[in-house]
Design a protein around this ligand. Sequence first.
Ligand code: PMP
Ligand code: GLU
Length: 386
Amino acid sequence: MPRPLAGRVAGLRPSATVEMTERVRAARAAGRRILALNSGDPGIPTDPRIVEAAHRAILAGDTRYAPAPGVPALREALAARENARARSAYGEGDILVTPGGKFALLAALMGTVEAGNEVIVPAPGWVSYEPCVRLCGGVPVALPMLDRVDPERLAAVVTPRTVAIILNSPVNPTGRTIGAEDLAAVMAVAERHDLWVIFDQVYADLVHAPSFARPHATPAGQARTFVVDSFSKTFGMTGWRLGFLGMPPGTAKAVQRFMQHSVYCVPGFVQAAGLAALALEAELVPGTRARFRARQLRAAERLSAIPGIACIAPDASFYLFPRVDADDRLVAARWLEDLDVSTLPGSAFGAAGTGHLRISVTAPEADIEEALDRIARAGLPVASAA
Ligand code: PMP
Ligand code: GLU
């Protein structure tokens, strides 16, 4: 290597979630039968009618550059859908279609963070928040919020350099939603300190609770919030790379230039698939949600019966975040090596997740049952005396 690479990538830590998925893939390619409880992929095949819509679009010649901010019909449909469920007031021009929610997050940070600015990130929190903040030259500041967001703790970590706060609800890895009162209190802190809010709601269609609070439900909230969302989890479309960003009024033109100069556009045929997915939402999503709920409840009950594990089913998503009376990294490593069951240690989501495991109920049901059988038989590993 002639010169060292830029610190921006050289110093970036790997994604623990992506690396575990690669590890499972490699172990399976080598002939091991891994029962995967680690995956952030809902594991549902994309509905054939969605696939056909993309196929038709490709055959009809939709293989050239698409409009950089997204196809108007899809942006319009996404604005109308968000307005209907969040009581927001987006126009087509406020929506940016992105290659996945991950790029929507990056676009929001690119648009708000200058070098040296601080961005508050949830802890425990999804593995890509801190790296994306750093890629934009920002400094991530962890806000502990294992059980709830405490507005007083939030106010205590705000400094004159803070420009934004990333909120995620439902939360990856805990699977919990942020309650309406806590969210309102956080928005009041954001208002007081004039902070941008980046609200990642990629699991919003998998909320099992009767209601779900969104910061962009009021005009004042919408004015300072970038909303990150995705087709990945809702429709089993992780590999299509289709997400979107809801942008505050007046910010879209500038943020779109980041699209123009980077990936340019999401392929038109992928956006055609997105439109077809939205048309099928009412038919497909309730069943998906109910299936994950039933699996979560069953897994929580079975895990709680194991000595040293405490598990309450959260009110959203397809994750569980049980507490384990053991070293979480040791548990995840031993279960993978000895039981062929993959999970993620809670500490992969930051120190605040230590002593927990992230368990997904996205594998085929027979695999989940077998994995839980093996875990129940083996129990928690006992750390060997050093
Ligand atoms: N946010 C959270 C909290 C996630 O778990 C994920 C899953 N990858 C994403 C954003 C991004 O998802 P995607 O890029 O597949 O839309
Ligand atoms: N978000 C999922 C997870 O947490 C998928 C992997 C990723 O994008 O990090 O496992």
